[in-house]
Design a protein around this ligand. Structure first.
Ligand SMILES: [Cu+2]
Length: 120
């Protein structure tokens, strides 16, 4: 009899784990406040709502043509804070692709788009 209940129980587990709190969600993103400079290496500061496991996480810079380049992410001063090292970038459209593991082991993916513009 139990066999009938297993698929339903599994579906419920998957559903509740997707809704569970503890996923790493970006709550602050310095790209919104501070433009990325042209042709100059810079840093982007992100804050997450939970602790993140940087050893397991992956961060990429996405450039024109969907070229993905891994970028270095280091822990910031506060819990949940992460600092990303961006290389010098030409003017254009870019994105930061995040695959972040929260301390609870859940993976969240996010894409943060930004522009690099020549200052006038
Ligand atoms: Cu979670």
């Amino acid at each position: 009899m139990m066999r009938f209940f297993q698929p339903a129980a599994l579906a419920l587990t998957l559903l509740t784990s997707n809704l569970a709190f503890g996923h790493a969600v970006v709550t602050h993103n310095s790209l919104k406040l501070k433009p990325v400079p042209v042709n100059l290496a810079s840093q982007v500061e992100l804050s997450f709502n939970s602790k993140v496991e940087l050893d397991l996480s992956e961060v990429f810079l996405v450039s024109a043509g969907d070229v993905m380049t891994p970028i270095t992410a280091t822990p910031g001063a506060k819990a949940g804070q992460v600092v990303l090292d961006l290389p010098a970038l030409k003017p254009g459209e870019y994105a930061i692709k995040l695959k972040i593991f929260a301390a609870d082991g859940h993976l969240s993916e996010d894409l943060l788009r930004f522009f690099v513009k020549e200052a006038k």
